[in-house]
Design a protein. Structure first.
Ligand code: SF4
Length: 238
């Protein structure tokens, strides 16, 4: 997500079509669509299907679907809000200024980008980088669920309020929920501030650093060593 954002609330920019209709492959209620996604047993196949998605109106206003990237069996999944302009242009998540900051945060905690998987709650860029609305989040949520079912990450970091609402609790506030582990299904979910929020407000830098120390510590407890340590790439910051 790009850092400099003119944020507006849900509904302030209604997007390209009031009466948006998905093409048949992508239409239907959440349960039926989640059932359809069961047919895809790998991230590659799921991503291939998602690239043609027209399930919500966001698709009409972006260049393309930004499915996500990283290690397909990563034990650590990072989930942001939605692609920004740079991500939409390049088709990759977290590659703008916020992405560069996320890379530095990961590195400081001992993780390499190739060891984790990074995606967003909505896979298409909302117009003017506005916050995705509830309908858009609900439309795209089955992809996130299926991705987690395929990958089975033990740890998920919810980057920002939208990811927190999609992953933990629709009413939760990131200022209150961050820094605490939430058990969701068989995963540990840690909400923290979105890197774009850190770029806008430097006081959030320390809490985010502390949250990623918690991620590092739990990863070592669950899996014995960080991926770089296990690969003998050198000791991580301790
Ligand atoms: S945001 Fe998600 S549900 Fe909406 S069109 Fe894009 S991929 Fe499909």
């Amino acid at each position: 997500m790009s850092a400099a954002r003119g944020r507006t609330g849900p509904g302030a920019n209604p997007g390209p079509a009031e009466g948006w209709e998905a093409s048949p492959d992508y239409a239907g209620g959440a349960d039926a669509f989640a059932e359809r996604l069961q047919a895809f047993s790998s991230l590659e196949k799921l991503g291939g299907f998602a690239l043609g998605c027209t399930r919500c109106r966001l698709r009409a206003g972006c260049k393309g679907v930004v499915f996500g990237e990283g290690h397909p069996r990563a034990r650590l999944l990072l989930v942001g809000e939605g692609p920004g302009a740079t991500e939409d242009a390049l088709g990759r998540p977290f590659v703008g200024r916020a992405g560069e900051l996320l890379d530095r945060i990961l590195e400081a905690a001992g993780f390499r980008r190739q060891d984790v998987y990074i995606s967003n709650v909505v896979l298409c860029r909302p117009p003017n980088n506005r916050i995705p609305d509830d309908a858009e989040i609900a439309a795209c949520r089955p992809y996130l669920q299926r991705r987690m079912d395929i990958m089975r990450p033990g740890i998920v970091v919810a980057l920002g309020a939208t990811a927190l609402r999609a992953l933990v609790d629709a009413r939760a506030r990131v200022t209150q929920a961050r820094g605490q582990w939430h058990r969701v299904e068989e995963r540990w979910v840690l909400p923290t501030f979105h890197p774009a929020a850190v770029l806008r407000d430097a006081t959030k830098k320390k809490p985010v650093w502390e949250d990623f120390q918690m991620v590092r510590d739990l990863y070592r407890r669950l899996y014995g060593a960080l991926p770089a340590e296990a690969a003998g790439v050198g000791p991580a910051e301790g």
